[in-house]
Design a protein around this ligand. Structure first.
Ligand code: KIV
Length: 270
């Protein structure tokens, strides 16, 4: 399947990609410089994930990041991306109280960052909030399976929906999210056969992370796939670089050059 060229990816083009059998490539980014590189490399969706709480701020979970912090990251990413669709996570505590709170949070993200869509974790418990956001004209991506904002409810990051009742619930919620108007769904860390079933049961694209190959696209956290952070090593993570080593070598060489008085030389001064 030859990839089509799109000047700006929209929720419509993603739908078209699914119906053409063209896989969707999605990655996270949290700042202007990386967003520019990710965008120039042909990634279709840039997710300003609340994983910023982990990889940018060093928190153990995604719970502490605030709406203001997400808006700061998102507006930096939007300035760096000219082709990709920019989707921003609604952080923990900004949509669970009621659907009015959810709409207010989504509107702030869209107005203050210039992003194109939001992502909301959860199935039936998030239904009212998602519906209200979509009614206001804001595209929503769902997120089912392992939902990191509920980590303290589940107690672990193990594979979700292995039991029949949980698997049935996930399939029902996938169909429900399509019905209420989500333009796509992220499925995280669930059995590959279940993810394939979910993808076949809806027309909207299913983007997987640890959900096998028979879905409509894949998403990874940028810092993990570049090998900048090594503490996190789930089976689904493919590392494309050991960027930590490359960066540390360059920085150590700079430090050595400063201390040995090799840097700056005569040509590097005024
Ligand atoms: O926050 C994030 O990076 C995510 C992805 C793991 C899908 O939600």
């Amino acid at each position: 399947m030859e990839a089509q060229t799109y000047s700006r990816i929209t929720t419509k083009s993603l739908q078209q990609m699914k119906s053409n059998g063209e896989k969707i490539a999605m990655l996270t980014a949290y700042d202007y410089t990386f967003a520019g590189l990710v965008d120039a490399s042909g990634i279709d969706i840039i997710l300003v994930g609340d994983s910023a709480s982990n990889v940018m701020a060093g928190h153990e979970t995604t719970l502490p990041i605030t709406l203001d912090q997400m808006i700061y990251h998102a507006s930096s990413v939007v300035r760096g991306a000219s082709r990709a669709l920019v989707v921003v996570d609604l952080p923990f505590g900004t949509y669970q109280s009621d659907s009015k709170q959810a709409l207010r949070s989504a509107i702030r993200i869209m107005k203050e960052s210039g992003a194109h869509a939001v992502k909301v974790e959860g199935g039936k418990q998030s239904k009212d909030s998602i519906e209200r956001i979509i009614q206001a004209g804001i595209p929503v991506m769902g997120h089912l399976g392992l939902t990191p904002q509920s980590i303290y409810k589940f107690g672990s990051y193990t594979v979700r929906a292995k039991e029949d009742n949980e698997a049935d619930q996930l399939l029902n919620e996938t169909v429900m999210l399509e019905k209420i108007g989500c333009f796509g769904i992220v499925l995280e860390k669930i059995p590959a056969t279940l993810a394939e079933k979910a993808s076949k049961s809806v027309k909207i694209p299913i983007v997987g992370i640890g959900a096998g190959r028979n879905v409509d696209g894949q998403v990874l956290v940028l810092h993990d796939m570049l090998g900048m952070i090594k503490e996190f090593s789930p089976r689904f993570l493919r590392r494309y670089l050991d960027l930590d080593k490359i960066i540390c070598q360059a920085i150590s060489k700079y430090s050595e050059d400063v201390k040995s008085k090799d840097f700056p030389n005569e040509k590097e001064q005024y």
